[in-house]
Structure formats: structure tokens, C-alpha cells
Design a protein around this ligand. Structure first.
Ligand code: NAD
Length: 484
């Protein structure tokens, strides 16, 4: 197998919020792994910039600790770590004041690729963008990376887009949704658009329904107050689940380019129909032996915020008319498991006498755990004794066929940061996509806020409220099992 890795130019990556949780857990360990795999050209630098007063030596020590804690098996590479730390500097900076900006200006070079990762609260985005220009640090080719939450409704998302647009062109803005950086999500596109097999049956003639589940076992403990202002719809559906929905439902783009892909995703969001209230189930987890209830975690005994949501939606276009898309996501569920399943229709007729089972082809794309794609197919049960049919998964990840290193894929953040440096926006959300997603979710959220809709209880460690099961049962369908 010949692998083709697109080369990266020498860069300066400034991480605003370099001492924060995201930088320590994802960005710094991710960059270390890219460094080890030779993707950080000589002379490239990473500059931490945050409020804490510390020097570069202290930041390097903090980075080493973060890599030891979150760097995975590569964290044992002592020589690699020593070399990596030499590429790192730190500047104490005040996003809302003048401190540190002159020093940052002196350090960031104008003749290399400049990327500024805004790993800080969105309230600082405008301050950072403005100061990067006022201090003549950013230029017309600089890239900025911003994190979720990208607004909490359409109005705030528009305001945030306008703030960034005042200083940077859309081609310079990289809005991260780390689900798009997952290997399997990209493999989904390869499977869909790189094979003759699937595209002809990827429509309402052959697909019965599609389900997307993102189940988490964690509670909101520790960030309950923040989460309580958000909820599963804003925190997960508006961004991650909708992005997955777009990739599965979009028309084939003319090429795998940033605007071609994002244009098609936008069309899907715009074709989403409003969801009827009876097609949405909201839930809050109860206390169990392992932890408190949602309301206790949120420190809000009367909270009406959902820690779980399931819904049935429809896309109004020729391809998907009549095909339901079932989405569900929640905290404190049975297992940590994310999966997209394309469930094909039943056979119209069986020629096998005595076979009364319902055989269905199901293409399932697992995002976690064990990222992979498999296709459920029906075959003959081996052995004598007549024609008995059995459903088996056909593994389409083919790690064996691709060699021992095939499973060694970069983490989503690593891949996305390298795409920023390469200037490739394909796997990032465009401003109009984010706004369209809010335009679809806003009325749903407003509806239940106006009705003071009370979320249903669900047992911690379960699959969510009973009503979510009913949402499917009523249609003669069922959710796929949530398996660890
Ligand atoms: P954090 O609170 O751990 O860190 C915040 C960082 O901002 C710190 O480095 C702090 O020094 C810096 N900061 C605060 N005030 C500043 C100021 N006035 N000037 C300069 N720097 C200042 O936050 P986090 O969890 O790392 O999250 C960062 C951003 O990423 C947030 O927008 C968050 O919503 C988003 N995000 C985080 C995660 C995650 O896993 N932590 C996941 C998705 C999105």
C-alpha cells in the first residue's frame, strides 16, 4: 500500500487558552503525536498563550505532564518529547487587555503559515480577533480555529459570525466539529462515493430508515451549571448529530472540496422539516448508586433542561421523502457508543421455505468504541440440514487487508489541526451551515421553553426514557442495541 500524505508547510500555531482543559487533553498531545510522525516540519513552533503568568519552561513542563496523562502509548518516547518541547514557547496574554500582545507580535513570524487556535470561551473571540489585527500579528493568510459552542441560538451564532467576519474572511475561519475529524466518518464518504454498490440504493426506494445514536455514560457532574443552560439539543444535536446527518444524507458533491461538500450539507439542513412535538422525547437521568440525578448535578431542583433527546425527523427532497431519520443522544446511558445505521428495507418476497425471520441489510458506521463500518448480510448457516439463513456482519474496515499500521489513525483533533495548517476547510463547518442548523433547532427549543415541557425521567445506565422506545415501536421499528 502506498500512502500519500499531503505535506505541511512550516507553521506557527498559537494556542490561545494553551493552559486550558482542551489544550491539555487534546491539542498538545495531538500535536506531539503529529510531531512524532514527522508532520511538523523543522522550524515550526507552537506558542501557548493564556492568562496564567508563567514562562516557557513552566509551560513546557505543563505540556510534558499533559502528554504523560493524555498522550497515549507515544508518551513514553522520551527523546521525541525532548525534541518536541524545544518547539514550544509561552506568552502570558490578556485577551481583553494589552498585556502580552507586543511579545506575541515579536514571536509570530509573517513568512510561515500562521494558525491561531481560539481555545477559550466564545466571549473572547471578538477580543482576540481584533487584537490580532490591531497588533499587526495576523495577515490575510492567517487561519483561526474556533470551538463549539458556536452560539446558543441563531441570533448569537449570527453575532459571533459577524464578529469574526469583521476581521477574517470565511476562508480563514475553521469551525471545529471533531466528529468530522473521525476516521470512520471520512470512511463513510469513501464507502458511499468510492463504490458503485451503495449510491444506487441510497434513497427512499431501498432505505427503510436511518438512525443515529450518540450515547454517553458520563454525567454532567462538574459542568452542571454550564450544561443546564444548554442541554442535549444545543450541546449535541445542533452540531454533532446534524453534521453526521448531513454526511449521510447529502447529495454526491461534484468533488471532495471544501465548498462542494459544504454546499451539499447546507442543502440537507435547509430541507429538514420542522419536527412535530410528539416526535421528540426529552429526558433527565435519575440518581443511582453510582451518582446523583441530573437535577442534583445541575444544582437546579426545577431544571427543565434535557440530558437526553430522541427525535424523528424528515428531509423533504426526492431522495429521502418518506424515510424517517431517528436521532438520539444522552448522558448517563448504558454504554458509550456512537453509531449511524442505514437500515435497508425488508425483502419483498422470500424463496426459502420455512424462513420467517426478518432479514435486513444494515450498514452501520461505528464512531466509538472500535471505530469501524460493517454491513449486515444474510447468508446460509454453514453445515448440513437444509437452508437455514443467518445474519452476519461483513467487516468493511479491512484492517487486516491494509496492513499492521492501518488501525493506527490520528485522533480527530490531530487530523483537523493538520488540515488547518494545510488550508483544507472540507471538514470544518461554514458559517451559513451553523446558522442554518440553529434556524432548524431554534423553534424546537422555543416550543418546549414556551410550553414549559418537563423532560421524562430515565434510569441512569439505561437507554433513555420509555417514550424514546415508543417513538420507534409506534412505527414498527426499533433502536439498535447500545453496546459497549
Ligand atoms: P478552560 O476553562 O479549561 O481554559 C480556558 C483557557 O482560557 C485558559 O487557558 C485560560 O488561561 C484562558 N483565558 C481565560 N481568560 C483569559 C483572558 N482574559 N485572556 C487570555 N486567556 C484567557 O476551558 P477549555 O475546557 O479548555 O475550553 C476552551 C474552549 O473550548 C471553550 O470555548 C469550550 O467551550 C471549548 N471546548 C472545550 C472542550 C473540552 O473538552 N474541554 C470540548 C469542546 C469545546
Amino acid at each position: 500500500m502506498v500512502s500519500r500524505v499531503i505535506p505541511v508547510e512550516t507553521f506557527d500555531l498559537v494556542i490561545f487558552g494553551g493552559t486550558g482543559d482542551l489544550a491539555r487533553r487534546k491539542i498538545l498531545p495531538g500535536m506531539f503525536r503529529r510531531f512524532l510522525s514527522g508532520q511538523m516540519p523543522q522550524g515550526s513552533r507552537i506558542i501557548g498563550a493564556a492568562r496564567s503568568e508563567m514562562d516557557s519552561a513552566a509551560f513546557r513542563a505543563m505540556t510534558a505532564d499533559a502528554i504523560a496523562a493524555f498522550g497515549g502509548k507515544e508518551s513514553h518516547d522520551k527523546k521525541g518529547l525532548k525534541d518536541f518541547l524545544q518547539c514550544i514557547d509561552y506568552i502570558a496574554i490578556d485577551a481583553k487587555g494589552d498585556a502580552g500582545w507586543a511579545e506575541l507580535g515579536a514571536m509570530v513570524r509573517q513568512d510561515v503559515v500562521q494558525s491561531f487556535y481560539f481555545s477559550v470561551a466564545p466571549a473572547f473571540f471578538g477580543d482576540l480577533a481584533e487584537r490580532l489585527h490591531r497588533n499587526k500579528i495576523a495577515n490575510a493568510d492567517s487561519r483561526i480555529v474556533v470551538e463549539k459552542p458556536f452560539g446558543r441560538d441563531l441570533e448569537s451564532a449570527r453575532a459571533l459570525n459577524a464578529t469574526l467576519a469583521a476581521h477574517f474572511d470565511e476562508r480563514q475561519i475553521y469551525r471545529i466539529d471533531h466528529y468530522l475529524g473521525k476516521e470512520t466518518v471520512q470512511n463513510l464518504m469513501a464507502v458511499r462515493f468510492g463504490n458503485m454498490l451503495f449510491e444506487p440504493i441510497w434513497n427512499n426506494h431501498y432505505v427503510d430508515h436511518i438512525q443515529i445514536t450518540v450515547a454517553e455514560t458520563v454525567s454532567v457532574e462538574g459542568r452542571g451549571a454550564y450544561y443546564d443552560k444548554s442541554g442535549a439539543m444545543r450541546d449535541m444535536v445542533q452540531n454533532h448529530l446534524m453534521q453526521l446527518l448531513c454526511l449521510i444524507a447529502m447529495e454526491p458533491p461534484s468533488q471532495f472540496g471544501a465548498d462542494e461538500v459544504r454546499d451539499e450539507k447546507l442543502k440537507v439542513i435547509r430541507a429538514l422539516q420542522p419536527v412535530e412535538p410528539q416526535h421528540i422525547v426529552r429526558g433527565q437521568y435519575d440518581a443511582d448508586a453510582l451518582g446523583p440525578s441530573y437535577r442534583e448535578d445541575a444544582e437546579n431542583p426545577r431544571s427543565l433542561t434535557e440530558s437526553f433527546v430522541a427525535m424523528k425527523c424528515h428531509i423533504a427532497n426526492w431522495r429521502w421523502a418518506g424515510v424517517p431519520f431517528y436521532l438520539r443522544t444522552g448522558k448517563r446511558m448504558k454504554a458509550r457508543a456512537s453509531e449511524i445505521s442505514v437500515v435497508f428495507k425488508d425483502l419483498g418476497h422470500t424463496i426459502f421455505e420455512g424462513d420467517e425471520a426478518r432479514h435486513r441489510n444494515i450498514l452501520s458506521i461505528r464512531l466509538q468504541p472500535n471505530e469501524g463500518i460493517d454491513l449486515q448480510v444474510t447468508i446460509k448457516e454453514p453445515g448440513p440440514g437444509g437452508m437455514r439463513l443467518v445474519d452476519v456482519p461483513l467487516d468493511m474496515t479491512f484492517a487486516d487487508a491494509l496492513g499492521p499500521d492501518a488501525g493506527d489513525v490520528p485522533d480527530a483533533y490531530e487530523r483537523l489541526i493538520m488540515d488547518v495548517i494545510r488550508g483544507n476547510q472540507t471538514l470544518f463547518m461554514r458559517g451559513d451551515e451553523v446558522e442554518a442548523a440553529w434556524a432548524w433547532t431554534d423553534p424546537l427549543i422555543q416550543g418546549w421553553e414556551e410550553r414549559e415541557d418537563v423532560p421524562k425521567h430515565y434510569e441512569a445506565g439505561s437507554t433513555g426514557p420509555e417514550d424514546a422506545l415508543m417513538l420507534m415501536h409506534r412505527d414498527g421499528r426499533k433502536w439498535r442495541e447500545i453496546k459497549a
